[in-house]
Write a protein that binds this ligand. Sequence first.
Ligand SMILES: N[C@@H](CCC(=O)N[C@@H](CS)C(=O)NCC(=O)O)C(=O)O
Length: 198
Amino acid sequence: MQLYLSPTSPFARKLRVALLEKGLDFATVFVDPWQVPEALTRANPLSQVPTLVTDAGVALVNSETILDWLERTYPQPALLPADADAATRALAIAGLAQGMLEATVQIVLERRRAPELQSAALIERRKAALQRGVASLAQRFDRARDRFHVDGIGAAVALAYLDFRLPEHAWRNDAPQLAAWQDWAAARPSLQASAPPT
Ligand SMILES: N[C@@H](CCC(=O)N[C@@H](CS)C(=O)NCC(=O)O)C(=O)O
């Protein structure tokens, strides 16, 4: 197995957390996908991380696809509840968290453009989506502390990325119970070991 990552990618971080939670140690290669390195594009023509090349030589792209493959290939310890309805709810939260990551990344990328090229309307739209996303997580996510499944991984990584990239987004005041859960999740060894460099 060979996993291509970058130290700051939140999509890659979900995979790093999942591997640590499952006690798996795959060979990892840190790359900068923006430099379009040949080692990465050979496996993933999109030049994106995470990318996983399996022992059979199959390149998997997209964090959700790779997480799904990971769960099928290494089912224990499980990152999805055994109960079908509970698994559906966990996937719903994981999908919401993925959308929140995408919204945050889009704001970061937009802000990196020259000021005259930036779309204030797009940034505001994504910020509003994030505000609703946090409110929805606060309402729908069960904040369980007796397990850490794909919903917990997604929520913890999305909220940490929000704090990392948009510290001005003061979501904690509006969602104090979610913030307390996030502090608990952030202390897990898997989150600590995969934290982006400061
Ligand atoms: N939907 C993908 C998104 C992956 C993604 O956008 N990764 C970023 C790093 S945070 C990347 O590699 N960007 C380089 C590019 O898009 O050219 C996933 O969930 O894995």
